[in-house]
Design a binder for this molecule. Sequence first.
Ligand code: SAM
Length: 275
Amino acid sequence: MSTSKLTNTILNEDCVTGLVKLDDNSIDLVVTSPPYDGLRDYKGFTFEFPRIIKQLYRVVKEGGVVVWVVADATVKGTETGTSFRQALGFMEEGFNLHDTMIFRKANPIPQIYRKRYNNEFEYMFVFSKGTVAKHNAIMVPCLHAGLELGTTTYKNYSKGEQTRKKLANPVKAEKVKGNIWEYVVGKKKEDQEAKEHPAPFPAQLARDHILSWSNEGDIVLDPMCGSGTTLRVAKELDRNYIGIDISEEYCKIAERRVANADNASNLDTHQKSLI
Ligand SMILES: C[S@@+](CC[C@H](N)C(=O)[O-])C[C@H]1O[C@@H](n2cnc3c(N)ncnc32)[C@H](O)[C@@H]1O
């Protein structure tokens, strides 16, 4: 087997078994969410984290990116710290921790009050193999677009008092988006397609990362693809995909979603302009 033979397929097997079939340096982007801390019953699985990152480092191209969406369970009063341990594991394997991003849930599941605030986010660790090769930055409107800024004095605690001169140009219309991304979970039509899976991430999350870190024709891998959100969106954005999941039931959902996905169907004008 090789990456080219497995392109645009979904493998129903353990991810390490699937990953070893892929060629070295053949994957442009990985967008995935591992099963974490036994939070949910995914129909029985084993999860060999050290072998998975070793394989990911081997198959990802130089300059390629892995987006790892993860959170911690709270066990016996403490968060497990699994997310941080995994991030350090990626770094020990040789990946750069390019950006620690946050997936903020607009509609978090209400929790029983246990002297802590309601959990409403997951990490989106962005790892890169060497320097990131592709970044199609998502832009957002500047709050003060067009405003002419005058001279101002402010305190910089390492340098003392600083003066900023009047800006020659008014504030720009757009700036690069920040690294906290907010999504409604499970309500949109495209996410309802995945409702038989216990923990799909929003299609828009996959879309934003795939647009950001890959180009048309690239190969996007999800080695724990669940309901196939990454694969469905990769197809929609004219990328190639490879999916792996240990559960036959979830692979069937993923196959169905990919088969029904249209190319470039759900994009807004701004996103269309990026591809
Ligand atoms: C958090 S879910 C991924 C959900 C996916 N992002 C989506 O949008 O549907 C994690 C997935 O990992 C799969 N899984 C668990 N252990 C695995 C293994 N050893 N190899 C491959 N897949 C595995 C589970 O079946 C589950 O579907």
